[in-house]
Ligand binder design. Sequence first.
Ligand code: 4AZ
Length: 280
Amino acid sequence: MLWLLFLTLPGLGSSVPVTPGPGPGRELVGIVGGCDVSARRYPWQVSLRFYNSKRRQWVHQCGGSLIHPQWVLTAAHCMEPENMTPSKAGVQVGQLRLYDHRKLTMVKQVIRHPKFNSSQGAKGGADIALLRLEAPVTLSADVNLVLLPPASLRVPERKMCWVTGWGNINYKSPLPPPYHLQEVEVPIVGKEVCNQRYQKVEKNPRPIKEDMLCAGSEGRDSCQGDSGGPLVCSWNCTWVQVGVVSWGHQCGLRDFPGVYARVTSYMSWISQHVRLSPGS
Ligand code: 4AZ
């Protein structure tokens, strides 16, 4: 019941109309196997940008989610190297297409999880980071917070959830212009099954750690460039972020679901830094 407290954050459910999943007549164009997102369905989705001095442009690098007006949740491996200056990073909120020339909000502080190990990368676990923005963003119909789960929430195998991003639409195929945000529905894959699959390609006998979550099926997955973005599932008609896009063996392969940082494992760490009080 405690987790109902989290449901009182502003504007959720109501700002996310439930629309049917991909079906006949909707062209498969992106994330992997995804479709163009309709306006205001994922108002928490942000694009994490880094300044590229050669291109003189803020280039999309990763996804993220707005969990508080001044805080973004993303993947630690997006915030490399460890000593990077926060001023090299910005986020774009409230947009469906990349590079629509709206204002960037600058990042003031980067908090990577202390257990994230740069040399192991995402596969080492704790692939989670918090970005404090220079100023709180103004919430609206296009910009809103995602709910986080109580630490006790169990995410059942085979539950259908959604992942969003501007990442590759296939292994090594980038999302083409106009770079419209993509969504795809993915089933949660149990840890045992996921471990069995990944044992075939990883040296580690149990590559899927306790703080990871697997989701995806053949042709439906997140991919490079989606990292840091949210995996959300609906509980009682409310979207809750249960995963952060982290890693995988290529993208959309039948035997290799996407691997996500499990948000429930990090709720106490997140709460240490971000005041997620009810109604905040
Ligand atoms: C990546 O390289 C990556 N299929 C992200 C997600 C997945 C694979 C790779 C999941 O950032």
